[in-house]
Design a binder for this molecule. Structure first.
Ligand code: ZN
Length: 169
């Protein structure tokens, strides 16, 4: 099932999500649906709050279907190590049409549970590192625009309000 993506303005995107505690068939189905929804939206990462489900759960595939091993499930992820910095344009499926340069760590290690509840650690560089940070932020109710200047952020918010008024958001 493909879920519609929740857009900026919905409070679910700005509140901390609840821990995943049950790793059952229902969770497996949700993870499958999240991958499907992410691909349908042409994204490389999706957090559960972005489909209106306030759970600490995210999926990532920075290869966009090219490498099945690159499909990652992050349940209850924590950032355990970061290194370096890397500035690159960043976007979010919940803030479509906008992209802004964001400085992030270039190398990031996360600790998370997979779909079966098994803990693992993984280190990513560049785009994968960025995805780890972006998706973990989502689960803490934080959006990438919190990492840009207040001036730019206000500009984006103003343009979104305009779009919303016109019924285009
Ligand atoms: Zn996002």
């Amino acid at each position: 099932m493909i879920y519609p993506i929740v857009k900026f303005g919905d409070p679910v995107l700005e509140k901390p999500a609840a821990a995943v505690t049950v790793f059952d068939d229902e969770l497996k189905k949700l993870v499958e649906d999240m991958f499907e929804s992410m691909y349908a939206a042409h994204g490389v990462g999706l957090a559960a709050p972005q489909i209106g489900i306030s759970k600490r759960l995210a999926v990532i595939d920075v290869t966009f279907k090219e490498d099945p091993d690159a499909k990652l499930v992050l349940a209850n992820p924590e950032i355990v190590h970061t290194e370096g910095t890397h500035r690159q344009n960043e976007g979010c499926l919940s803030i479509p049409e906008f992209r802004e340069p964001v400085s992030r760590a270039r190398i990031v290690t996360i600790r998370a549970q997979d779909v079966n509840g098994k803990w693992y650690e993984k280190t990513g560089e560049d785009l994968l590192a960025r995805a780890f940070l972006h998706e973990t932020d989502h689960l803490n109710g934080k959006l990438y625009i919190s990492h840009i200047s207040a001036l730019k952020r206000d500009l984006i918010k103003r343009r979104i309000r305009k779009l919303a008024k016109a019924g285009e958001w």
